[in-house]
Design a protein around this ligand. Structure first.
Ligand SMILES: [Zn+2]
Length: 378
């Protein structure tokens, strides 16, 4: 799934009420010096923080959003505005500082600003060691904010996952929260606020970022993902107000569409004894990852079982999507008591061999030839 983020409110999924609230606050010019957003990452606290800064910095604010095209907006969008600073947890090494990882940070946020602590850790450290915001980082935050604003307006510091500050780091930061430099806005973006120092909490305006409203999630998916309404319904239910969860529901739907297409293609080319088509199919499936191939074989087993059920019980017991129903309405008669066992063995044995590093091109070619024999022996 492609996702382009423009640091505008319109790109943040849902959260209409908070957006309205922030816009009013920024327009009033009476802006809280330090705030803490907290909520699950999939609710969108970080994208909201970015859109907030985008609007605050925009040279040509629109009624309900930043303009997206002025020089400030363009710099914010690239995360290269000299007055927009970031701090985030890093793995402890000698020279550990957020600024050293700014390229990875830009990459992550531009790719998708809805991400978890684990996504970030995997990006910066293959060994997945512990991450913290250290006292050196706190010092660096203070140093960076002591500079005058380059563009003469506001300075903003977004601190992502402030709960990963150790007590020394948090205490160091308290000082600047207590005696802010003028026109400086702190946004702390936390998963939860329970583990935060009380002293920090008492100096920030605490904003709970709630679940995304189902209807707002629907609107977003309809406009941005161009999905059909039945698919949207399912994604919204599985997403449960969390956009990260919704995205993984979309991904698994993509997977099931691919499974279905591969299965149908296999059966068609094998039925027609189309050898070139069979080789082509084997080539395509063997290009996928091993895990993906195993998921397909599990799906093939499921479809064979469903075909058998359809033959014996009619439609009552089958668990099929509409597309699958249509396909199996014709195909199911090729799965009979004579070949069911062979079909099952072929798919389950192949699953076993993939696990043991069989050559997948040969393996899937064999599958297609076996399926051809079974169908014509039906
Ligand atoms: Zn602008």
């Amino acid at each position: 799934m492609r996702y382009f983020y423009h640091m505008q409110f319109v790109r943040v999924v849902g959260q209409q009420e908070l957006k309205k609230h922030f816009i009013t606050e920024i327009k009033s010019g009476n802006i809280a010096h330090a705030r803490l957003f907290y909520g699950k990452p999939g609710y969108g606290a970080l994208p909201l923080a970015l859109a907030f800064v985008g609007y605050l910095f925009c040279d040509q604010r629109q009624e309900n959003d930043s303009c997206g095209v002025c020089p400030s907006c363009l710099k914010v969008q690239k995360l290269q505005h000299p007055d927009l600073h970031f701090s985030y947890p890093t793995v402890q090494t000698d020279a550990n500082k957020s600024t050293l990882l700014i390229d990875q940070w830009r990459e992550q946020v531009n790719e998708n600003p809805y991400f978890t602590e684990l996504d970030w850790l995997r990006r910066i450290d293959p060994k997945e060691r512990n991450m913290i915001i250290s006292v050196h980082e706190s010092q660096d935050i203070i140093k960076r904010l002591s500079l005058k604003a380059y563009e003469g307006g506001y300075k903003a510091m977004i601190i992502w996952l402030p709960e990963s500050m150790n007590p020394q780091a948090a205490n160091k930061l308290l000082k600047i929260l207590e005696e802010p430099t003028p026109k400086t806005v702190f946004i702390l973006v936390a998963d939860s606020h329970e583990s935060m120092l009380r002293t920090i909490l008492s100096r920030t305006q605490v904003v709970r970022v709630p679940k995304i409203d189902d209807d707002e999630m629907k609107v977003y998916l309809r406009n941005s993902e161009k999905m059909e309404s039945s698919a949207i319904e399912r994604v919204v239910i599985q997403g449960d107000g969390d956009f990260i969860q919704a995205m993984s529901a979309i991904d698994s739907m993509d997977d099931s569409a691919t499974n279905r297409d591969w299965f149908i293609k296999l059966m068609r080319v094998s039925y027609r004894k189309d050898v070139l088509g069979m080789l082509d199919w084997a080539e395509e499936v063997s290009g996928a990852t091993k895990d993906r191939q195993k998921v397909f074989l599990e799906y093939a087993l499921h479809m064979v079982r469903q075909s058998m059920l359809k033959n014996y019980t009619g439609d009552q017991l089958t668990r099929l999507t509409q597309d699958e129903e249509v396909f199996l309405a014709n195909f199911a008669r090729f799965i009979t008591g004579n070949n069911l066992r062979e079909f099952m063995l072929t798919f389950s044995d192949s699953h076993y061999y993939i696990e043991r590093n069989a050559n997948s091109k040969i393996l899937f070619t064999n599958i297609s030839f076996q399926v051809m024999r079974y169908i014509h022996a039906a």
